[in-house]
Design a protein around this ligand. Sequence first.
Ligand SMILES: *Cc1c(COP(=O)(O)O)cnc(C)c1O
Length: 382
Amino acid sequence: MRSDFLPFSKPSISEDDINAVNKVLRSGWITTGPKVSEFEKMFCDFIGCREAVALTSATAGLHLILKALDIGPGDEVITPSLTWVSTINMIVLCGATPIFVDVDKDTLMITAENIEKVISEKTKLIIPVHYTGAPADMKPISLVSKSKKIPVIWDAAHAAGTMYNGKFVGSEGTSIFSFHPIKNITTGEGGMICSDDEELICKIRRLKFHGLGTDAYDRKIQGRSPQAQVIEPGYKYNMTDISAVLGIQQLVKLEMFNKKRTIIAEEYLDKFSDIDEIVPLSYPASISIKHSWHLFVVRLNVESDMTRDMFMYKLKEKNIGTGIHFLPVHQQKYYAETLSSKNIILPNTEWNGDRILSLPLFPDMTHRDIDDVVETIKDILK
Ligand SMILES: *Cc1c(COP(=O)(O)O)cnc(C)c1O
């Protein structure tokens, strides 16, 4: 058994990153300023999108988009239940109703076919997830969106560096990225909205900072004009320069990080190929993709009565950390009690919800770490 605990995720922060943050701290300007503008521009250039707005989190981005699209009581938003809770929380906090769509059993992503089935007159938005860093099959979903005139917001929290048919996720349409410490690059906490919709971006820029027509920082005048007035009541979701400088440092290394993640994931896939009880995910067929390997999710498929939770506990006892991405939202206490459950039929979501776990995967993992995970799993399954 290994002597130290192996977490399922760990950010890669270098001395250079720390020094860069230090410099901002000493500069006299630590909130939204030149580093935020630079990070937004770099992210835009990297992804190949028209506009990018840096925020305090992806959740903040979701909230702003729902508000900018004027989604509220009486409106329905289509989303998977197998996603991070923040999407559903934001929909509900806006007064709208989440409409859950089942996922494909092996990619764990929602499909155009299932989306189409639940579209109603009340549907105002579709939020698919690029789950674990593979892209959702975007083309058929975009076609449904166009033909029904319902916008799509891509949850790209897992998908920094993911490609779909030769283009980066985020380069077209509107997408939200997250820079939470477990994500492929981090700013401590943070998020980015990428969009080619200038009108939407204009509203987002206003709503992210009190509804004033401006940021805290204006490059020309070194500080917001004291005369700036509220155009509409807004929020306080602007990223700080302390976070943005870390983002700049990390973005330069994103492709290197993802390459390391890919090597680890491929080694896992190879080593698990002869272990029947460990079932990795598959990716949408018939499209060309580049996986960013945000997570390595497997399904525990055993004949014995060992549950996934017991299996995770046994791994923890052997100093191997794991996570669950995600517990289906419709089964969580508040939502199980408040949503009318008779309409919620999500067999693939529930089957996977009982079996998925995320194994350790982060750029600084060693071959030794991978062996520890695989050998410990084999031991427990024996
Ligand atoms: C992490 C995550 C989010 C939220 O990101 P934050 O930056 O923490 O708000 C949203 N959706 C998915 C699928 C995520 O994994």
